[in-house]
Write a protein that binds this ligand. Structure first.
Ligand code: ARG
Length: 284
C-alpha cells in the first residue's frame, strides 16, 4: 500500500524577527513579509507537487516562530510527544500545536516539568534509533525520557557549536542507513556515534553547512534544501537523489530553513517504524 506523505506547515502570516534566541537572529535584520510568503509558498508548492498532503496550521499573532513546525513535537505512530521550549518566547506555541495534534487523532504526551525538548528539531529517527541533539535547546534527560516512553533506543549527541543549536541544522537522515551531517557541530564522541551507527554518511563542508544545507526535507528520493550547496547537491545526486534547491533566505534570518518549516506527520522516510510498524517498539 502506498501512503501519501503528510507534512504539517504554518503560513508565515505573523512571522518576523522579534527576539534573539540563536546566533542567526538579529532584530536589526528584519524579514521581508512578502518575500517570506513567496519563499514559504514555493516550498509548499514543491512539496505538494511531489505528492505530499500538506496539513495547514492556522498562524497565530504574537507567535512569530510558529512557522517552524518541526519544533511542535516528535511524532511516533499516533503518539505526539509535545515540545517543551527552552525559551519563554516560544512556549506559547505549545498549546497551539497540542490542540492541533489532539484534533488530528494523536495521543498527546507531555514531559515532566522543567524538562526541555524541542521535538523533531532535536530528535530524528534514522533506522531504529532516535538520534537526539542536546545542550542548547533539548536536555539529554528529556531524550532518555522520550526513549523510555516510546520504547526506542536513543543516541544522545551533544551539540557544540551554537550556530547549529538544533540537531536538524547539522544532521539529516535520508533513509534507514544514509544521512548527511556537518562534523564540526559535534564532539569526537558524537561523530564516532554517527560514524558507527550509520553505514553511509555524507559530510557537509563548513561553508555549505552555514547555508543550512543539512536542514533538508526528504520525500522519497527527493531532497529539498536551501540553495547554496552545490557540492552537497552533486554528492546527493551521486547517491541517486533528486535535489531541489530553494531560496529560503528569509527564514535563515530566524535560524531555520526547509526542514524546520515542516513536520512529517506520517513518519520520516528514514524511520524504521514507518516502514515496518510491527517490527519496532509500538508506543504504549
Ligand atoms: N527562531 C527559531 C528558534 O530559534 C528557529 C527554529 C528553527 N527550527 C529548527 N527545527 N531548527 O527556535
Amino acid at each position: 500500500m502506498v501512503r501519501t506523505p503528510r507534512i504539517l506547515m504554518c503560513e508565515p502570516e505573523y512571522y518576523g524577527i522579534e527576539y534573539e534566541i540563536n546566533p542567526w537572529m538579529n532584530r536589526q535584520v528584519r524579514s521581508d513579509p512578502d518575500e517570506s510568503r513567496r519563499q514559504w509558498w514555493r516550498l509548499h508548492d514543491v512539496l505538494r507537487d511531489l505528492g505530499v498532503t500538506i496539513a495547514r496550521l492556522d498562524p497565530v499573532p504574537g507567535l512569530p516562530d510558529l512557522v517552524f513546525t518541526a519544533n511542535a513535537g516528535l511524532v511516533f505512530h499516533k503518539t505526539f510527544i509535545s515540545s517543551r521550549f527552552r525559551h519563554g518566547v516560544r512556549q506559547g506555541e505549545t498549546p497551539v500545536f497540542e490542540r492541533w495534534a489532539s484534533a488530528h487523532g494523536f495521543e498527546v504526551v507531555t514531559l515532566p516539568p522543567r524538562y526541555h525538548f524541542e521535538g523533531a528539531g532535536d530528535a530524528l529517527f534514522c533506522g531504529e534509533a532516535l538520534f537526539a541533539g542536546y545542550r542548547f535547546r533539548s536536555d539529554a534527560r528529556s531524550h532518555q525520557w522520550v526513549g523510555e516512553r516510546l520504547g526506542v533506543a536513543v543516541l544522545p549527541l551533544e551539540l557544540v557549536d551554537p550556530r547549529f543549536y538544533h540537531l536538524d541544522t547539522c544532521f539529516c537522515p535520508l533513509s534507514e542507513d544514509e544521512a548527511i551531517y556537518y562534523p564540526g557541530a559535534f564532539d569526537d564522541y558524537g561523530r564516532s556515534v554517527l560514524q558507527d551507527r550509520i553505514p553511509n554518511l555524507l559530510e557537509v563542508s563548513a561553508e555549505e553547512a552555514v547555508s543550512f544545507s543539512c536542514n533538508a526535507v526528504v520525500v522519497g528520493k527527493t531532497v529539498i534544501l536551501n540553495d547554496g550547496s552545490p557540492k552537497l547537491a552533486r554528492a546527493l545526486q551521486g547517491w541517486g537523489y533528486e535535489v531541489r534547491p530553494l531560496r529560503l533566505s528569509e527564514f535563515i534570518k530566524a535560524g531555520g530553513s526547509a526542514k524546520c518549516l515542516t513536520l512529517r506527520i506520517d513518519g520520516e522516510e528514514a524511520a524504521a517504524w514507518k516502514h515496518d510498524p510491527a517490527a519496532v517498539g509500538v508506543a504504549r
